[in-house]
Write a protein that binds this ligand. Structure first.
Ligand SMILES: Nc1ncnc2c1ncn2[C@@H]1O[C@H](COP(=O)(O)OP(=O)(O)OP(=O)(O)O)[C@@H](O)[C@H]1O
Length: 552
């Protein structure tokens, strides 16, 4: 498919107001995408790579603006583009208005001739860009972007620019793609959903639905090396759990970071909760898991930082993750352990639909506990007093609390259902997306100071407050570096930030308020840390804020 044709479809989708109409229009596009179906689906979601791949384009806005300026000719520079984006609030509209193309091409890329772009070429060039590294890579990346922009017409430029910054903003989320795929290829939504759960690949699922139908969708299985979304928990009460399930499985709630370990029989790869590859920062877990397994397996568990006195706060583990991102350059000396609490796949067999008790059985059979790896020690009970004792013991040992799990339940990736309940005595905190900030004053004028917090609200965000306390000078430096790249628009000292960073915040109380668009305000919010392991999609939604407000 020509990229121009794709852009026409996308413009039509963007212009629609209703979800149903948009979904129908997306289905029409999927129907005509033929050989490019997988790519088209990913591009609609603003991605070049499937969700399960850690690779991202990681093109900062500045690099994009420079490339746009280059393609726009001598009268425009990167600062001009940046200023226009700041006032327009949308890189796509700015790119569309620039007179791109016709610049002296680069021989190496055959540019300058405005050869029409295809969807496949755009995806292929951006993939190449993402994989370019080493000496001269900055130049090569800039050249690839320039070449692409130089070949676009205005509408193509709008969507290419947004794609480059991985924000399509056309009102098409994963739910729309799921429903449109079902409707385009006449398969039940449930079949799409279960194939997505195990594969996390919207492109692959759309192709399977179209080419092989519903039976093939049910056969899509887990693959070692392809992370799946983690099953999540809700808060819950012991009495209710025992009453509804008869018995409960009680596990410690480790205070660390969720990690999925994939062993293919030869080597281990580790993935964080947002499916980023965290193999490199956790070498001792890699060695430990390798030593503990004899057959290919996918294990779910928690990596906890420890010292002689027991578990350390979970931020210590996230610091380890960060080393990979090169944010904190200093090498931390934190010892970590992997506590495996579930087994999703063992020796060629998917275990998702087996009961928790059976999966636990398989887990203990498979894993030889060692220096940096062990398995959770679940206790099955129907006695509230015994559960209370286990909870007290877990807290005494420095854990966060306990998990109560339904012994008969299957593993449902990505679901925050009723089968896993968490109990932790600490006051609830909120995970909010940073959507804005303010530059500081005086000595802190070059640092962002106060951060606007939002909760998820449908496909968008609703503000709930600003946080400025609890942040050290050193952290302000780091947060400024992290967020500066994401500034979308500036108005005096106030900046709008592209949602991308999640803060964990504490508060005294949630009050109703007309100041913020959520209808609530956090009283005395304090910064507790960056949830490096969460994407904006994992931040707390508005209904959690509402229920916390109701129950306080
Ligand atoms: N035994 C365990 N079983 C399942 N999850 C556990 C266990 N021990 C610790 N955890 C952690 O608890 C989390 C479950 O809580 P939840 O689904 O609410 O995630 P969360 O939003 O990160 O919440 P929290 O901040 O409370 O950890 C899991 O994602 C996992 O990281």
């Amino acid at each position: 498919m020509e990229f121009a044709e794709f852009a026409d479809h996308v413009a039509a989708i963007e212009s629609l107001d209703g979800d149903i109409e948009r979904c129908e229009r997306v289905a029409d596009l999927l129907d005509v995408a033929s050989g490019d179906l997988g790519t088209v689906v990913r591009l609609l979601l603003g991605r070049v790579f499937p969700a399960h791949q850690s690779t991202t384009l990681d093109i900062g806005p500045r690099r994009c603006y420079e490339a746009l300026a280059r393609a726009a000719g001598h009268n425009v520079d990167g600062d001009d583009v940046e200023a226009r984006v700041a006032s327009e609030g949308d890189v796509g509209r700015v790119a569309e208005q620039l007179d791109l193309g016709g610049q002296q091409g680069l021989g190496a890329f055959g540019a300058g001739d405005r050869e029409a772009l295809s969807v496949a070429t755009v995806a292929d060039r951006l993939e190449t860009l993402a994989k370019t590294e080493g000496e001269g890579s900055e130049q090569t990346k800039g050249d690839i972007l320039f070449d692409l922009f130089n070949r676009t017409d205005p509408l193509e430029a709008r969507y290419l620019a947004r794609l480059v910054l991985e924000e399509m903003r056309i009102g098409v989320g994963e739910g729309t793609i799921r429903d449109a795929t079902a409707s385009a290829f006449d398969v039940p939504v449930e079949a799409i959903e279960s194939a997505l759960q195990v594969s996390n690949d919207y492109g692959l699922v759309a192709e399977t639905a179209r080419d092989d139908g519903v039976d093939a969708l049910t056969e899509v299985s887990l693959a070692v090396g392809r992370p799946v979304q983690a099953m999540l928990a809700q808060t819950g009460a012991v009495g209710d759990a025992i009453e509804s399930w008869g018995e409960v499985v009680v596990e410690r709630k480790y205070d660390g970071a969720r990690v999925q370990a994939h062993y293919d029989g030869d080597s281990v790869r580790l993935y964080s909760r947002n499916m980023e590859d965290v193999t490199a920062p956790l070498p001792e877990v890699v060695a430990g898991v390798e030593a503990s397994l004899d057959v290919p397996a996918i294990l779910d568990g928690e990596v906890v930082a420890v010292d002689d006195g027991g578990p350390l706060p979970f931020q210590e583990v996230l610091r380890r993750f960060r080393r990979k991102h090169d944010i904190a350059r200093a090498r931390e000396n934190v010892e970590v352990r992997f506590h495996a609490f579930d087994c999703l796949h063992a020796d060629g067999t998917d275990l998702l639909s087996q009961s928790l008790v059976d999966r636990h059985g398989r887990l203990t059979e498979l894993v030889d506990a060692g220096d940096h790896v062990d398995t959770a020690d679940p206790v099955v009970s129907d006695d509230p007093d015994e559960v209370a004792e286990l909870e007290a013991e877990a807290l005494e040992a420095g854990h966060e609390g306990i998990m109560l799990k339904n012994p008969e339940s299957a593993y449902t990736p990505g679901k925050r259902g009723q089968n896993w309940l968490k109990r932790k005595p600490d006051v609830e905190t909120l995970d909010c997306v940073v959507t804005g900030a303010e530059w500081g004053e005086g000595r802190r004028a070059s640092l962002l100071g106060s951060f606007e917090l939002s909760v998820r609200d449908g496909d968008g965000y609703a503000t709930v407050g600003k946080v400025a306390t609890g942040i050290t000078d050193e952290e302000l430096d780091r947060l400024t570096a992290l967020l500066e790249e994401k500034i979308r628009a500036e108005d005096g000292a106030e900046v709008t930030i592209e949602p991308g960073v999640v803060f964990e915040v504490g508060y005294e109380e949630i009050q109703e308020s007309t100041t913020y668009s959520s209808g609530y305000a956090l009283r005395f919010p304090r910064f507790l840390g960056v949830r490096e392991d969460k994407d904006p999609g994992d931040a707390d939604p508005l209904d959690r804020l509402e229920s916390l407000a109701d129950t306080q």
